[in-house]
Design a protein around this ligand. Structure first.
Ligand code: GRF
Length: 202
């Protein structure tokens, strides 16, 4: 059976692209991205979806009378596409309670830091400014906190002499494009078991 995936985006969509590519090349088995949803009409990720013949939907947050109405529309869209797994890929909003409950342990996010360090915005800059010697990225299930859900995979990269915030962010992004497809593959193969905060890989 094919795993129906929805991807929520707000921007350039390079992580979306890495999932698309890894479904196409067979690394992620039996899965299809059914819809890409953006809260920004001009997100480049929507173009990437269109280029692949994937339904690309812009949901305008200001058009539904507030956060609750907007979230209801998101949920309706996810249900319309019979979504079984939701991927946040550069989606710049906090997900509301109803969507989280509907997709508990079936919604993932990628964060460009080694959680629980450097939650929130500009994680690479936070890490760089802090002076860490090791940085990285995390794929986790989404819970009600910001970047607090059970951790599925992490990958670290060194911070090198002469790095800038941008060179570090690029090094992290390269690994994001590997571990996100890896986490989705594990989910598609039913190899992730969640017990409280602990995610075991079977
Ligand atoms: C990535 O760094 C991701 O970790 C963070 O937002 C960025 C999105 O980039 N959540 P892209 O839109 O996938 O290129």
């Amino acid at each position: 059976m094919t795993l129906n995936i929805a991807v929520l985006v707000s921007g350039r969509g390079s992580n979306l692209q890495s999932i698309i590519d890894n479904i196409e090349n067979g690394y992620i088995p039996d899965a299809a991205i059914k819809v890409v949803v953006s809260d920004k009409g001009d997100a480049y990720a929507l173009e990437r979806a269109n280029d692949q013949g994937i339904d690309a939907v812009f949901i305008d947050p200001s058009a539904f009378g507030g956060k609750k109405g907007y979230e209801e529309e998101v949920l309706r869209t996810l249900e319309k596409y019979d979504t079984q797994l939701v991927l946040l890929a550069g989606y710049m909003r906090i997900i509301g309670k109803d969507v989280i409950e509907a997709y508990k342990n079936r919604m993932m996010n990628i964060h460009p830091a080694l959680l629980p360090s450097f939650m929130g915005l500009h994680a690479q800059k936070q890490a760089f400014d802090y002076g860490v010697k090791v940085a990285g990225c995390t794929v986790h299930f989404v819970d009600e906190g910001m970047d607090t859900g059970p951790i599925i995979l992490q990958r670290c990269v060194p911070v090198l002499e002469g790095d800038t915030e941008d060179t570090l962010a690029d090094r992290i992004l390269e690994q994001e494009h590997k571990i996100y497809p890896e986490a989705v593959k594990l989910f598609a193969e039913d190899r992730l078991k969640v017990d409280g905060r602990i995610v075991s890989i079977l």
